[in-house]
Design a protein around this ligand. Structure first.
Ligand code: G
Ligand code: G
Ligand code: MN
Ligand code: NA
Length: 254
């Protein structure tokens, strides 16, 4: 199975699909945003998960057209929810370092938002810590542009990379996402407790939002609630949903 040779055909044939995982606001108990997660519906192989193809897409640069499609699709569907009168919901899109290093990334993003009628405040760009470490001039220019556009910026898998904390200050991101490898062993594992508390404290002191990911148990939820984390996603609340499942949820959430 030669993934690379099938990529472009599959985009043309509309075999990719965005799933959406709800994030819950602890205070209101309501859905406050969703993370878009790509899936590949292969005609012979069935559903293929991103773990199996994202890194290959990055190496082969297919992530550029795919990433553009993902952004456009997320904006298009979000605008559709808005037009149907659903409660406002922000959509978080994972963006690869290769995309952010494109000199025309910000321009393309502006074009997509204009074309789809997407409100910039409803779009969140998720990037990993390792992306932030790619400290090229182009990256800094892109960050400035993203700030001007007014999209929400968050750092995915926080705590697993090596980001020096000065990046956080310089780049003015809005939120840190606690990696699910730390959440997994809460509340028993002492190191996970220490790291999670440290990330929540860091976020509060820098006046950033903090989102926990991979919450699976009530014990993990209660731990986070008691420590002042106010938002989370994970199987405890909902697995990633298809667009129609999410639309049904939004439509009945008043
Ligand atoms: O959906 P799943 O839990 O299997 O996602 C696995 C990984 O794939 C995640 O770490 C996530 O960062 C990555 N991923 C999922 N969707 C996208 C996407 O739309 N773009 C990029 N670049 N990565 C994605
Ligand atoms: O972008 P990121 O690496 O954060 O991708 C999130 C991944 O985590 C997706 O693959 C998603 O399907 C997965 N995920 C979401 N909630 C849970 C959870 O509660 N437990 C586990 N094990 N995985 C989860
Ligand atoms: Mn993510
Ligand atoms: Na993550």
């Amino acid at each position: 199975f030669q993934i690379v040779s099938e990529f472009h055909k599959s985009l043309f044939r509309k075999e990719f699909e965005l799933y959406y995982q709800p994030r819950i606001d602890f205070k209101t108990g309501r859905l406050e945003s969703v993370e878009a997660l790509i899936r590949w519906n292969h005609p012979e192989r069935g559903l293929i998960m991103p773990m199996e193809f994202i890194s290959i897409a990055e190496e082969s640069n297919f992530i550029l057209p795919l990433g553009e499609w993902i952004l456009k699709e997320a904006c298009r569907q979000n605008k559709m929810w808005q037009d149907r009168g659903f409660p406002a919901v922000r959509v978080a899109v994972n963006v690869s370092v290769k995309q952010l290093q494109q000199p025309d990334f910000a321009r393309k993003l502006r074009d997509i938002m204009e074309e789809t009628g997407m409100d910039p405040e409803r779009l969140e760009i998720e990037m990993t810590e390792s992306t932030l470490m790619t400290d090229t001039n182009q990256m800094l220019i892109t960050f400035e542009e993203l700030k001007k556009i007014g999209v929400y910026l968050s750092i995915d898998d926080f705590g697993t990379g090596y980001s020096s904390l000065s990046y956080l200050k310089r780049l003015a991101v809005h939120a840190l996402k606690i990696d699910r490898s730390f959440i997994r062993d809460l509340p028993e594992d002492e190191d996970s407790v220490t790291i999670t508390e440290m990330i929540i404290g860091l976020a509060h002191n820098l006046r950033l939002e903090v989102i926990a990911e991979g919450v699976e148990t009530v014990q993990q939820h209660n731990f986070l609630l008691e420590r002042g984390c106010k938002k989370a996603q994970g199987y405890l609340y909902s697995k990633p949903l298809t667009e129609s499942q999410l639309a049904e949820m939004l439509g009945t959430s008043g």
